[in-house]
Design a protein. Structure first.
Ligand code: FUB
Length: 335
């Protein structure tokens, strides 16, 4: 590693810290000078900017972590979120921060609010599903961007939202169409799950940018608030979600993606100093990880200045999930 590189890395981190603590982050000032390497020992894993709503994907020996980005001016109790961030790691501790790959302004039809998201790979293309405020159709919406690389650049894949608030009428709120989670089953069928107060799901066509059938409601998720995440292990489907408010993460299991879902309990308790909790669950190099956010980087206003953390996830022999122990030490490097 050259001394010039080390100097620019240190300068970038110091600039970032200064911006973070005087609360003056803007989308321009925090763009990494180049791909910046972060040795993330302990939780939260990213300390030079606020990160929230993690989505994660394993691809070719690396974990790609996609997050929202809290930028509220210091002590302001509201979401200010204009773009999404991308980090990658070969070992869960050494993270490279990539240039900002996706912003609200990349969707011409969107107004603001870069809320929760998830990326998935299909046939060498990367699809990024995002929750966002629509400019002309009242309420939140879901958009999808596409790229040829997991670190982008991403561009709007449709030129329009895939889900708008007027497509779902069960929940009488304008923010029910948020928090997309996407899943491709072993038979190649893709599904989109999403929703606040009501959990919706629909099949996706193999092009990943159009629905393939009606929007359905997931039943059997007690005290469901938001943040669905679907994963599969040993023939079991797991649907984890944020429950109540302040939020803890609960889950249900099923042998069929269409249900019936059987509620199994809490995975993660209320995460310190944050009224929301939002999870991604992955297996990487033989270990299971629970990726979430808390408000541990800031003594006050934590709910709007959140930070991504990673702890281990453990299953019981019958496939149920043990409650996560949130730690400040975080996880160790995995080979
Ligand atoms: O970050 C904005 C919203 O807060 C997300 O969409 C929800 O999951 C909650 O974390």
């Amino acid at each position: 590693m050259s001394s010039l590189y080390l100097f620019s890395l240190k300068a970038s981190i110091l600039l970032g810290m200064a911006n973070l603590f005087n609360g003056s982050y803007t989308s321009k000032s925090h763009q990494p000078l180049s791909d910046t390497v972060i040795n993330a020992e302990g939780n939260p894993i990213i300390k030079h900017k606020y990160t929230a709503d993690p989505g994660a994907m394993v691809y070719k020996g690396k974990v790609y972590l996609y997050t929202g980005h809290d930028e509220a001016p210091k002590a302001q109790a509201r979401y200010v979120m204009h773009d999404w961030l991308c980090f990658s790691s070969p070992d869960m501790v050494t993270w490279t921060e990539h240039s900002i790959p996706l912003k609200v302004t990349d969707f011409a039809w969107a107004k603001d609010d870069a809320w929760a998201s998830q990326v998935i790979e299909r046939n060498g293309k990367f699809y990024w599903y995002v929750a966002i405020e629509h400019k002309t159709i009242h309420g939140k919406a879901i958009g999808v961007a596409v790229a040829d690389s997991p670190i982008g650049p991403f561009k709007d894949a449709r030129g329009s939202a895939i889900i708008t608030n007027d497509m779902t009428t069960e929940a009488k709120i304008s923010w029910d169409d948020i928090d997309p989670s996407v899943f491709i089953d072993d038979d190649g069928q893709a599904y989109l799950f999403w929703g606040n107060t009501t959990a919706h799901y629909a099949k996706l066509k193999s092009n990943m940018i159009e629905l393939d059938g009606p929007i359905k409601t997931v039943k059997g998720l007690p005290r469901y608030t938001e943040a669905p995440w679907i994963h599969k292990r040993n023939g079991w489907y797991y649907l984890s979600y944020a429950s109540e408010f302040p939020e803890k993460i609960c889950y249900a299991m099923s042998r069929n993606i269409n249900g019936p879902w059987q509620y199994k309990g809490i995975i993660n308790e209320i995460a310190g100093n944050s009224n929301t909790n939002h999870q991604a669950i992955i297996n990487f190099k033989g270990k299971d990880y629970f990726i979430y956010h808390n408000g541990a980087l800031t003594p006050d206003a934590g709910s709007y200045h959140r930070s991504v953390c990673i702890d281990y996830l453990y299953y019981n022999p019958d496939g149920t999930i043990k409650r996560v122990m949130m730690t400040t030490e975080g996880v160790k490097k995995v080979k």
